[in-house]
Design a protein around this ligand. Structure first.
Ligand SMILES: [Zn+2]
Length: 141
């Protein structure tokens, strides 16, 4: 499969950017993304790689799934939805998903499971399985 050209990335970003939201490039050394509902700004690394595109789609997932308007979801549930949204979108667009992106997505959700479990939130079983989160392997405090 051909690599992602900059033109392809530009057209995907144009197509999926949530209405009313703007996009800002994060600082060179920052590796994550952010969606700020106050300023309606999605901050992502420079959109030049499949890695950055995945982060953009992940942040779009938070917006399209209305995570800023819902207060009934734990962080691991929101992150899972955003990751699944991003991965499905890439698949639907025929974009090759490198293994490290899937690994990173699982790690992100697993970390959120650990954080939520530490706050005594119930961890969704399906999400725990997907993220390879095993509460028995949790460090004891
Ligand atoms: Zn997220």
């Amino acid at each position: 499969m051909a690599g992602l050209t900059r033109e392809r990335i530009t057209s995907l970003v144009k197509r999926y950017r949530p209405r009313g939201w703007s996009i800002k490039a994060s600082h060179r050394h920052e590796t994550g993304g952010d969606a700020d509902s106050e300023t309606k700004t999605i901050t992502v690394p420079r959109l030049e790689t499949v890695w950055a595109l995945h982060i953009f789609f992940h942040e779009c997932g938070h917006v399209y799934r209305d995570h800023f308007k819902r207060f009934d979801m734990c962080s691991h549930q929101e992150e899972y939805e955003a990751e699944i949204y991003a991965l499905h979108l890439m698949k639907a667009e025929g974009i090759h998903i490198p293994a490290y992106i899937i690994k990173g997505a699982r790690e992100n959700v697993r970390l959120r499971c650990e954080e939520d479990a530490a706050k005594w939130f119930q961890i969704d079983r399906k999400i725990a399985r997907w993220a390879r989160y095993d509460p028995r392997l949790q460090p004891r405090h």
